[in-house]
Design a protein. Structure first.
Length: 390
């Protein structure tokens, strides 16, 4: 049948914001029809197009399709598709524009975007992004060996790499540092998401939307680091004060926590975001918010970066928590939610953080500005831990 799939029948009960159940009901034929509709040549949907796999992430469904003599493609569908709102559409437009911008302005291997829709009145009844499929393994293969039989991977032995594997890890770290350093060189004057409403102009930084208690909430753009940190701290404080505990000790504890965190973010280097100590104006840099092993694709033979994916929620941030920060997998000993039974030892984390900081210092150094943002890299895990505390 050529009829569009109806992913939004009359609901019998309120849907969760992330509704993978509805997405799982979209038939293969709908995804095939969608992809073929964006190709500029004749394709037989049944003979030449096939679904390779459906992969569910934390916030998206990714459907990988193969076209005979053409290659492989990914259709990325937000998990919020069945409860889609105009605020979600705004964020998606920023994501697509940001991917194209980073791909154009840097050598970072961002997947090419072929088509997208921020509405749900289409053949799959959901917003989507169609992009190229980068057929390379995730960077976790350099840290965590594959289990026997190829089923999943294990953390055993990750702290004792062979010389060949260690060489690949070093290539990986150096490659990643050189790519992220390129983002630190692109400056903006506000903290927020990129706005591409004017296609002929350089993108502006404006507001964005976050889900707070499942309600899309507008977050304004901030012109200074102080305003950004104050906004986050005040939001935390208001949540704690609304937690239902009204006794004096609880309120005093919350007030004390707010004052303590405010002092942390009023202390250098978190209190400002300048490309050089002697510059007057703060500037901010584009930052990938989930730079972890599963979102970094590598050349299995060398360890070099082959692709960086999952650019949703990418926006500008203060430099101390910006793109020159150590990636998430090197922050494990500072992240409260990490299970210590499975991850790397602290000495190895310290070792690789030092390696990454060295490569970042080299990548950000210039005759004009000296070291650059690479000077922030080594202690960036601490800065992110302070942010996580909020």
């Amino acid at each position: 049948s050529d009829e569009a799939f109806n992913a939004n029948p009359e609901p019998t009960k309120p849907r969760p914001r992330k509704d993978f159940e509805t997405l799982s009901k979209i038939p293969d034929r709908a995804f095939k029809k969608l992809l073929v509709s964006h190709l500029n040549f004749e394709i037989n949907e049944d003979k030449d197009c096939r679904i390779l796999t459906r992969t569910k992430g934390a916030s998206h469904l990714c459907v990988i399709l193969s076209i005979t003599l053409c290659g492989d493609f990914v259709i990325k569908v937000p998990a919020r598709a069945s409860t889609w709102r105009k605020e979600d559409a705004w964020n998606l437009r920023s994501e697509v524009g940001t991917m194209k911008f980073v791909r154009k302005e840097t050598s970072i291997p961002v997947p090419r975007v072929y088509a997208w829709d921020d509405r749900n009145n289409n053949v799959i009844q959901a917003p989507y992004i169609i992009m190229e499929f980068i057929d390379n393994p995730g960077a976790h293969t350099l840290w965590f060996p594959t289990r026997k039989g190829g089923l999943g991977f294990t953390y055993k032995g990750c702290n004792e790499p062979s010389p060949a594997l260690e060489a690949k890890r070093q290539t990986f770290l150096k490659s990643l540092a050189s790519l992220m350093a390129q983002l630190s060189a692109i400056e903006f004057h506000k903290i927020g998401y990129l706005n591409f409403d004017d296609p002929k102009a350089r993108p502006r930084v404006t507001h964005y939307y976050e889900d707070k208690d499942d309600v899309p909430t507008r977050v304004p753009a901030f012109s200074t680091s102080k305003k950004y940190w104050t906004h986050i701290a005040q939001y935390l404080h208001s949540n704690l004060m609304r937690s239902g505990k009204s006794y004096d000790l609880h309120r005093s504890y919350n007030t004390g926590m707010l004052l303590f965190l405010t002092q942390i973010f009023a202390t250098p280097p978190l209190d400002t975001s300048k490309a050089h100590p002697f510059t007057y104006t703060e500037t901010f840099t584009l930052t990938h918010t989930d730079l972890n092993l599963q979102n970094i694709l590598v050349d299995a033979s060398t360890g070099a970066i082959a692709g960086i994916i999952d650019w949703d929620r990418c926006g500008t941030k203060p430099r101390p928590i910006g793109p020159t920060s150590v990636p998430l997998f090197l922050q494990e000993d500072w992240l409260y939610w990490v299970d210590w039974d499975y991850f790397q030892s602290k000495p190895r984390l310290e070792y690789y953080r030092n390696c990454y900081a060295k490569y970042m210092m080299e990548a950000t150094w210039s005759e004009k500005n000296g070291v650059g943002d690479g000077i922030l890299t080594l202690k960036s895990a601490i800065y992110h831990a302070a942010l996580e505390a909020l």
